[in-house]
Ligand binder design. Structure first.
Ligand SMILES: Nc1ncnc2c1ncn2[C@@H]1O[C@H](COP(=O)(O)OP(=O)(O)OP(=O)(O)O)[C@@H](O)[C@H]1O
Length: 298
C-alpha cells in the first residue's frame, strides 16, 4: 500500500484464524491502520491480494459489510449526533442487532447517552465506536486502537468484552501499540515496523525465544567507554549486549547461571557497581528492541 511516494505497507503476508484474537502491534506510523483499512475495503492495495471471510473486501463489499464490524480510530460518527442516537441508528441498519440498552449499559454509555458526539471524552468516543462495531453481531471485528484514551476501568471492560466475543466464536483483529494489551489478549501477534512484518507468533513464543533470557544491568555511575562491546566479547557469540542508556544495558542470551555469573564477574573486574542485576523473561518491548534497535513505546 502506497500513499503517493510513501510506502505504508509492503510485502505483508498474514492469515488470521477464525475465533481468535489477533493483534497487529507496532509504533506510530508502522502501517497498522493502513493494514486494517485495506482489509475493511476502504483502501485498494496497489499490489497483492486480500481475502476476508473468503471475500474480496472491495469487489464483494455488499456481502462482506453485514458480516464484519469496524471500529475506526476516529469514531465514524457525525459531530452533532447524541451518543445513544448514533448507536440506535447503526443498530437499525442491521438485520439482527444486539439489544442497544444492554450494550450501552455494558460499555458505560448510559451516563453520556444524550451527549452530542463532539462533546464526548476520548474514552467515551472509543466506547461508542466499539458499541457501533459490535451491535450488528459481526463474525469478524476490526478494532483500531480499542483502548487508546480509556481509563484503566474502561480498558478492563473492553478487554473482557473482546474476550467474550472470542468465546462466542467471533474473530477479533485489533491494532495496538500497547504491549500489555497485545500480550494479555492476543492468541497471535504480528509486529509491524515501517510497513513490514518483523515478527509473528503467540505471545509466549515471541517472548520466550527458546532458552533465551534477558538480563538487565543498571549501574550507579556511567559505564566505562566501550563497555557493551567488551562485555559482549566476554560473553561470546550466542549473547547480544545492547546499551539502553548511560546507566543501563540489556543482555540477551542463554538462560543459564553462567551468563549471570559472567556479567557479575565482569562488573567486579571493571569496577562497575551494579545497582540492580535482574534476570527475566523477555517482554515484547525487548523483542522489538532486539529486532529494530529502537524502543516500541512512543
Ligand atoms: N492518507 C494518507 N496519505 C499519506 N500518507 C499516509 C496516509 N495515511 C497514512 N499515511 C502514512 O502511511 C504510513 C502508515 O500509516 P498508518 O496510519 O497505517 O500507521 P499506524 O501504524 O496505524 O500508525 P498510528 O499508530 O499512528 O495510527 C505513515 O508513514 C503515514 O504517515
Amino acid at each position: 500500500m502506497r500513499y503517493g511516494d510513501t510506502t505504508a505497507v509492503a510485502g505483508l503476508s498474514l492469515t488470521v484464524e477464525r475465533g481468535t484474537i489477533t493483534a497487529v502491534l507496532g509504533p506510530n506510523g508502522a502501517g497498522k491502520t493502513t493494514t486494517l483499512e485495506t482489509c475493511e475495503g476502504y483502501r485498494a492495495p496497489q499490489q497483492g491480494t486480500v481475502r476476508v471471510l473468503g471475500l474480496d473486501p472491495r469487489r464483494d463489499r455488499k456481502q462482506l459489510l453485514p458480516r464484519i464490524g469496524v471500529m475506526l480510530q476516529d469514531g465514524g460518527a457525525w459531530s452533532g449526533v447524541r451518543a445513544r442516537e448514533m448507536l440506535d441508528h447503526v443498530a437499525r441498519l442491521h438485520a439482527h442487532p444486539l439489544d442497544t440498552d444492554e450494550l450501552a449499559g455494558r460499555l458505560g454509555l448510559d451516563e453520556c447517552g444524550r451527549t452530542p458526539y463532539r462533546r464526548l471524552s476520548g474514552g467515551q468516543k472509543q466506547r461508542l465506536g466499539l458499541a457501533m462495531a459490535l451491535v450488528g453481531r459481526p463474525e469478524l471485528v476490526f478494532v483500531d486502537e480499542p483502548t487508546a484514551g480509556m481509563d484503566p476501568q474502561a480498558r478492563r471492560t473492553t478487554w473482557a468484552l473482546l474476550e467474550e466475543l472470542r468465546a462466542d466464536g467471533v474473530t477479533v483483529v485489533l491494532t495496538t501499540h500497547y504491549m500489555d494489551e497485545a500480550e494479555r489478549l492476543a492468541d497471535r501477534i504480528h509486529i509491524l515496523d515501517h510497513g513490514r512484518l518483523i515478527a509473528s507468533g503467540t505471545p509466549l513464543a515471541l517472548t520466550r525465544g527458546g532458552h533465551v533470557a534477558t538480563i538487565r544491568l543498571v549501574v550507579s555511575r556511567p559505564f566505562p567507554d566501550g563497555a557493551p562491546g567488551a562485555l559482549g566479547q566476554r560473553l561470546g557469540p550466542d549473547t547480544r549486549v545492547t546499551q539502553l542508556d548511560e546507566l543501563s544495558l540489556m543482555v540477551v542470551g542463554p538462560a543459564d547461571s553462567t551468563t549471570l555469573a559472567t556479567v557479575s564477574g565482569w562488573c567486579a573486574e571493571n569496577d562497575v557497581l551494579p545497582e540492580s542485576l535482574t534476570l527475566g523473561q523477555r517482554t515484547l518491548e525487548d523483542v522489538f528492541l532486539e529486532l529494530t534497535g529502537r524502543e516500541l513505546a512512543p
